[in-house]
Design a protein around this ligand. Sequence first.
Ligand code: TMP
Length: 202
Amino acid sequence: MPGVFITFEGIDGSGKTTMLQSVALKLQSLGLPVVVTREPGGTELGRALRDLVLTHEMSPMAELFLYAADRAEHVARVIRPALEEGLIVLSDRYADATLAYQGYGRGLPLWMVRQVNQWATDGVMPKLTIVLDCEIAEARRRKGPSTDRFERDGEDFLTRVRQGYLEVARQEPERVRVISSSGPKDVTAELVWTTVASALNL
Ligand code: TMP
């Protein structure tokens, strides 16, 4: 496919959304065609699924399939068409989030999560994935008191998710780059931009 697919990952509060937005602005200022999207919630169905999955208690397996349904719709309606048109697609979370959260975090067998990801993505995988990494306590501070997700899921869960992302990066070092988001925001943004620019041959 002629377009380029780049995803941003990390635990809640890691700063991935801010970094994605900064990359999108830079690409736009260079006149490059960019699509900014997210999971869960990158389509109309996805927004309903996001609402469901983030506001209901459910079994890990039900959660796995709701994220997969969101992804299948997202790939079919947004990501694949944009890549076929030659656009640069930046997604705030994608398949690695399911490995990290439902696999490493909730403890579902990794082979099962990988299989479901395979079906949901229909083989569409990012050229580059940036994992923004920081301490759980720092991510929590950044999120502030507005979220109850830290309380709901707990620090142990998020520690497993963080380790899961780092493990995925160890397994696929060509595609997945870990960038620390512990330092000043502009330093992180510069590192992220250098990595993206190099993947795009800019
Ligand atoms: P967000 O706040 O970054 O948009 O993410 C919403 C939540 O969804 C976040 O806590 C991570 C979670 N999530 C999963 O557990 N599995 C997934 O596959 C995805 C895409 C998100």
